[in-house]
Design a protein around this ligand. Sequence first.
Ligand SMILES: Cc1cc2nc3c(=O)[nH]c(=O)nc-3n(C[C@H](O)[C@H](O)[C@H](O)COP(=O)(O)O)c2cc1C
Length: 130
Amino acid sequence: MIQVSSFRRIIYSSQAVGEDGRSDHLAILRVSRRNNGMDGISGILWIERGRYLQLIEGPVDSVGDAFERIRRDPRHTDIQVLDDRRTDTPTFGDWAMAGLPGDHPAEAAERLRVLLRHAAPEVRHFFPLD
Ligand SMILES: Cc1cc2nc3c(=O)[nH]c(=O)nc-3n(C[C@H](O)[C@H](O)[C@H](O)COP(=O)(O)O)c2cc1C
């Protein structure tokens, strides 16, 4: 029997545009949490030194739609997809988007380690955990 995975996980990085990356980040998180909560999507949005690193996962169609919107967003550029795959085992629980602001680096790094402690090696591999 052929089994088609019903979840999709995309990990990408991009360059934040503009000088006020911090307020962009908070505004993006607010909208993401609202939309993702309705769409069954979860993930992590990490920002470090002006670059975003985002993991989004959830139902195939929802993730496809969200990523189409994200791709067109002028608040970032140089979008590089690092990983895009179907999966049966979502990495996260049921939060809509964990945000990890760059202004408390030690705290953020610790949170990232906690969030990813059960994540598969192919997910952990992309994040700065050491
Ligand atoms: C780095 C980055 C990450 C984003 N992540 C998400 C996301 O996870 N979910 C989402 O709905 N929108 C995300 N957005 C925002 C979308 O590009 C878009 O502005 C938003 O989905 C539009 O929602 P609205 O039509 O409800 O205003 C992100 C934008 C950027 C720049």
